[in-house]
Design a protein around this ligand. Structure first.
Ligand SMILES: [Zn+2]
Length: 283
């Protein structure tokens, strides 16, 4: 029987595992004797499955990257950082500086938010989130860092705020792959709970400048997409930005603005409230 969690190649020596719970992606980038794993799933059990899947592809030592702080991308850090290095210190975990600070200094607050969100979106894993060890990143990016993966350059960018205040984009130039985290979503609308909807379009525009028509873009959730898909999502985000600014200038109620915004009224209402808060200096 095949494992339910397996990597599939999306570019030269770049593999994506699309995990069924929350349809979330983990990306494995191979270099000479080394490997980068981008995002680590949500629980110890999921991270254990991910570790088995990683070892089915490569025995290499891992460097971990977190695209942002959300639990479904980071709570597996402790398991993956220990993988195959029982006698050595945990492996490097890279993230934006704000993500490292949040998971180090406010881990229990992040855990509570994760639990509440899991109760809504994936109740079967909510209990496990109460006890999973949270491991904060130990290497930080502010704007850009280039990792040398055994002769292969992998570049981590923070292009500005968007889905959160600490989103990283991972670029593998020689494979024409961009890992977007939740800045791009396939199969579901973007999520705005911790988002900056007035800045998100610019951040995605910067991401798009890394791409060509043959680039594979790995979203945080769902299937890998191409440049045209991301252009379309950028247009929707830009339209949302516009209606939020327009509505705020007119003093329109958030509900009225959300009703005519992209992504549907429920998703857009969260975005409009975040945008209004920012425009009023409350964010
Ligand atoms: Zn997220």
């Amino acid at each position: 029987m095949p494992s339910r969690a397996e990597f599939a190649e999306v570019g030269d020596d770049v593999y994506v595992l699309r995990y069924p719970v929350l349809d979330v992606n983990a990306t494995l980038i191979l270099g000479d004797g080394e490997a980068i794993l981008v995002d680590t799933l949500a629980t110890e059990a999921q991270a254990g499955e991910l570790a088995v899947a990683v070892r089915a592809v490569t025995p290499a030592a891992l460097t971990i990257v977190n695209t942002h702080h959300h639990f479904d991308h980071t709570f597996g850090n402790a398991v993956l950082a220990d993988l195959g290095s029982l006698s050595s210190p945990p492996r490097p975990i890279w993230a934006h500086a704000s993500v490292a600070a949040l998971l180090r200094d406010r881990a229990e607050a992040v855990r509570r938010e994760a639990y509440e969100e899991a109760l809504r979106l994936a109740p079967s894993i909510a209990e496990e989130l109460l006890t999973v060890p949270i491991m904060a990143p130990n290497e930080t990016v502010r704007h850009e860092s280039t990792l040398d993966l055994g002769g292969r350059a992998v570049i981590l960018y923070h292009f500005g705020r968007g889905h959160t205040d600490g989103d990283l984009v991972v670029h593998v130039p020689d494979a024409e792959v961009v890992v977007a985290g939740d800045l791009v979503e396939e199969g579901a609308a973007p999520s705005f709970d911790d988002a900056y909807p007035l800045e998100w379009p610019e951040t995605v525009a910067a991401l798009l400048r890394l791409t060509t028509p043959s680039t594979a873009i790995v979203p945080g959730h769902g299937a890998a997409v191409g440049q045209n898909f991301v252009r379309g999502q950028h247009e929707e985000l830009a339209a949302l930005d516009w209606v939020i600014r327009d509505g705020h200038a007119d003093g329109a109620p958030a509900e009225h603005v959300a009703a005519k915004a992209p992504f549907g009224p429920d998703v857009a209402l969260v975005a409009v409230r975040r945008g209004y808060a920012e425009l009023s200096g409350r964010l």
